[in-house]
Design a protein. Structure first.
Length: 202
């Protein structure tokens, strides 16, 4: 049968292996974010995801910043300086990667909410639900993976993530992959429908 691609077992999810898959992801995300409410949701969720990541890696400093003895201005300064490109906590590559992951988490959540609200997503819609779940796991991986591993390594007497080749950046990369897969599965679940009147039929 011409034009059909050979796929694996039916229970395996599709992966974005073709250029058209990436175009589908981009077009679907652009159409969803064209709605002002979903754009605001993506922005707020992205900021929350970034905050979760930077705060989870600096819990003692966050606890100190929230202690009652400090003036409000000093508390805010300590917390703001934990963010990439504001304080010295992250290098350029780490900072860019964290910002990209946080932005994609925002896009992913907006797409999931759109899918649930506009397309009557139910338990039978496997690709959509898998996408929502994986997006949450991807955000959690990016936000808490390094902190969790740091705790485990300290139990083994290893004091930092510098033992890893990328100094713990591996978890942000895994989070990036997970969120990209989630966005693809959500976009694939919306294929053949319409978003704000525009067909999603790449």
């Amino acid at each position: 049968m011409a034009g059909r691609t050979i796929s694996g077992p039916r229970w395996l999810p599709r992966l974005p292996t073709r250029r058209d898959d990436w175009r589908l992801m981009g077009r679907t995300a652009r159409l969803v974010l064209g709605g002002p409410g979903y754009a605001v949701l993506a922005l707020v969720t992205g900021v929350l995801a970034l905050s979760l990541f930077v705060f989870s890696l600096n819990l003692p400093l966050v606890g100190f910043a929230l202690s009652p003895g400090l003036p409000l201005a000093d508390r805010l300064t300590l917390l703001v300086e934990l963010y990439p490109f504001v304080g010295p906590a992250f290098g350029v590559v780490q900072g860019l990667l964290l910002l990209v992951v946080a932005a994609l988490v925002g896009v992913d959540v907006s797409m999931a909410v759109y899918h649930v609200r506009e397309h009557d997503l139910s338990a039978a819609s496997g690709s959509g639900l898998v996408g929502v779940i994986l997006g949450t796991l991807g955000a959690g991986c990016a936000a808490c993976g390094s902190a969790v591993l740091a705790g485990l390594l300290s139990l083994l007497g290893i004091g930092s993530l510098t033992i890893l080749p990328l100094d713990g950046l591996e978890f942000a990369i895994l989070g990036l992959v997970a969120v990209l897969l989630s966005i693809f599965w959500l976009a694939d679940g919306m294929r053949g429908g319409e978003i704000r009147g525009c067909p999603v039929d790449l």
